[in-house]
Design a protein around this ligand. Structure first.
Ligand SMILES: [Mg+2]
Length: 399
């Protein structure tokens, strides 16, 4: 018995939320992003795409291509709130939900037929619920594994539902450009195309040994992907949900006192939003962007969820001391809480005080390890991928 995997990906997520919240933006080219002088496009509505506007493009270039575009600032906190509601709908059908980003997930619905219908019916129901309850569009791909499900949802976009049955895998993959496969970036694509390999069908003609010789350890993966093989499980449990707030300053900050004062305001905003949603968060991440646009993050994971602004601020200030803020000028500060849970769910009572302290020490060690993975690897879902660092698909750039 094969598996049934659904890949769900919100269409133009950030831009769609703006159009949802502000009706005057509907049907118009909308760009979500930074300032026209130095920002980048984080997302754009489908109305902006015929002009050539794409996410990760410089704002000034995007506005030259589409001068009539309506530009909206990034409201990450709002997108995270909506994302929580989207994932709550996903979880009505299965607890096997693997978040890939703020607006994208894999669901394993193997064996859910008796309760909810066929995988295609489940995907259609989820799409309907997201549309009716949230006023947003989610595209779905249904296939026997993650690789194919993700390719299927891309195929269906926008506003699509696309299923690949076991017996259709071959004919689906054959005409696909090699660049559509995971991990095949522009460099690998060019190398393959120079060798006359343009489609996945062409790729199938190459032996495992040949691919290993030319692509090293990636070779065998290419060989398997060309045949639509992918055994990876849907890994649930983790949550990509996070809530946060960032402030960019008109003038760079030099004084630690000024930064601490700004952090208090940010902590209060985050805490307010957490309380409104009835959540607390265990992982507190501070983001610091220096005046040269280099940014770093520092995180701390607590044994139990926190939602008070005082405590969030205290930890953020501690984290600030582990950055170069003060000896370098700072242009942006942000605080994100992740590993969210329902507030007061009673989990903390399972641990006595000693236990709690031991876990905190362990968490600190883990945090130290996590930091080595750099800014974008720390807390899944606190992502707003910088340009040029996107991996496969459209991530949370809201396509
Ligand atoms: Mg998307």
């Amino acid at each position: 018995m094969g598996r049934a995997i659904i890949h769900l990906d919100m269409d133009a997520f950030f831009a769609a939320v703006e159009q949802r919240d502000f009706p005057e933006l509907r049907g118009k080219p909308v760009i979500v992003g930074g300032s026209p002088e130095r920002g980048v496009v984080c997302a754009c509505s489908y109305e902006a795409r015929p002009f050539g506007v794409r996410s990760a493009m410089g704002m000034s270039r995007a506005l030259r291509l589409c001068p009539q575009a309506l530009v909206r600032p990034v409201r990450m906190g709002r997108y995270r709130e909506i994302s929580l509601a989207v994932f709550a709908i996903f979880r009505r059908y299965t607890d096997r939900v693997e978040p890939l980003s703020i607006d994208e997930a894999f669901l394993d619905v193997t064996g859910c037929e008796r309760l909810f219908g066929t995988p295609v019916e489940i995907a259609a129901r989820i799409r309907r619920e997201v549309r009716e309850q949230l006023g947003l569009v989610v595209s779905a791909g249904i296939a026997p594994n993650k690789l194919l499900a993700k390719l299927a949802s891309e195929q269906g976009k926008p506003d699509g539902l696309y299923a690949i049955r076991e017996e259709e895998v071959e004919s689906f993959l054959h005409p696909l450009p090699v660049g559509r496969l995971w991990g095949v970036g522009p460099v690998a694509s060019r190398r393959l195309e120079n060798g006359g390999i343009k489609t996945v069908g062409d790729l199938q003609s190459l032996s495992r040994e040949y691919l290993e010789r030319h692509f090293g350890s990636f070779g065998p993966t290419l060989f398997e992907m060309a045949r639509g093989h992918d055994d990876r499980e849907v890994v649930s449990g983790g949550t990509a949900q996070s809530l946060g707030h960032e402030e960019t300053f008109d003038c760079d900050l030099w004084q630690p006192e000024d930064m601490e004062r700004e952090l208090l305001g940010i902590a209060e905003r985050v805490a307010r939003r957490l309380r409104r949603l009835g959540f607390s968060g265990r992982c507190i991440t501070l983001r610091v962007k220096y005046s040269d646009h280099i940014s770093v993050t520092r995180s701390h994971t607590l044994a139990r969820g926190e939602e008070s602004s005082g405590e969030i601020h205290r930890i953020a200030v501690e984290l600030l001391q582990r950055t170069e803020a003060g000896s370098r000028a700072v242009r942006l500060l942000g605080i994100t809480l992740s590993q969210l849970g329902q507030r007061g769910s009673g989990q903390e009572s399972l641990f006595d005080e000693d236990d709690r302290r031991r876990r905190e020490t362990l968490n600190r060690t883990l945090d130290g390890l996590q930091e080595r993975f750099g800014e974008w690897g720390i807390c899944r879902g606190s992502l707003l991928a910088p340009p040029g660092r996107r991996e496969g698909g459209d991530g949370d750039q809201g396509s």
